[in-house]
Design a protein around this ligand. Sequence first.
Ligand SMILES: CC(C)(COP(=O)(O)OP(=O)(O)OC[C@H]1O[C@@H](n2cnc3c(N)ncnc32)[C@H](O)[C@@H]1OP(=O)(O)O)[C@@H](O)C(=O)NCCC(=O)NCCS
Length: 227
Amino acid sequence: MVEYTYNVVPIPFSPLPQSHVDKHASLRLLALRTNPECFLSTLEDESRLSPEQWRGRIDTEDRVTFIAVASEIPKYAPFDAPLDPTSSSSSSSLADTSGPSTLLDDDTAKWVGLVTVLTPEFLQKRWDDLPRKFRKFAMRSGKPAHVLVSMWVHPEHRHKGLGRLLISQAVDWVKNRVEKSSVEDKRGDVVLEVFEQNTGAIVLYRAMGFEDIEEVPPSIWMGRKIA
Ligand SMILES: CC(C)(COP(=O)(O)OP(=O)(O)OC[C@H]1O[C@@H](n2cnc3c(N)ncnc32)[C@H](O)[C@@H]1OP(=O)(O)O)[C@@H](O)C(=O)NCCC(=O)NCCS
């Protein structure tokens, strides 16, 4: 059985190599193809996006996508590696911090999960085009929230803690961003929409501190304070 080490890293928006644009597009389309029941967007719609539109999705400071990367653990230690009798290679492991972004350039590492953070700036620029419910929940506390979208983990890599890691990295990124901002009021919200039938994701979000805000069938909007 192949064993993996997992990391979660944000796609740096600048410089943005074409390989990142292509891998992100493939991963998102795979998510829509594999779990169409979990998303509002459809494979048909997103298959029509142009190369420029795919680039635009990640080539921006106000919309950040975190990628879960799986690196295969070699079965046998290289000849020159010191043997460590205390180490175990019998299970996949989660790295406790985000790895360097060079991980995204490593062709041997697989992109196996993602989550995107839409910042208040992103939402404000498109405010008039957003669905009404989106506007309502993105303004939960009277000021624009950060919104999580596109959460997905490849079926072969589920139940290993990657969902938790994606959410915690995304929420930490938001906390850090708000902390560094010039606004006086550092309080804010992270919100998301999940279909009410998606019990697995709901259990995960609750475990990560998200609370139900309101049911808007077929969805539930959930949120978490960040300060
Ligand atoms: C939901 C999803 C992202 C979870 O990813 P994951 O990597 O398996 O999640 P984790 O391993 O970090 O799970 C953390 C906890 O969430 C809960 N959880 C995750 N998936 C679950 C499921 N299918 N059923 C019940 N609980 C689940 C468990 O409490 C789990 O903790 P445990 O493993 O100690 O029991 C993944 O199943 C997925 O991509 N689903 C399809 C797409 C989707 O639903 N996206 C969300 C759209 S809003």
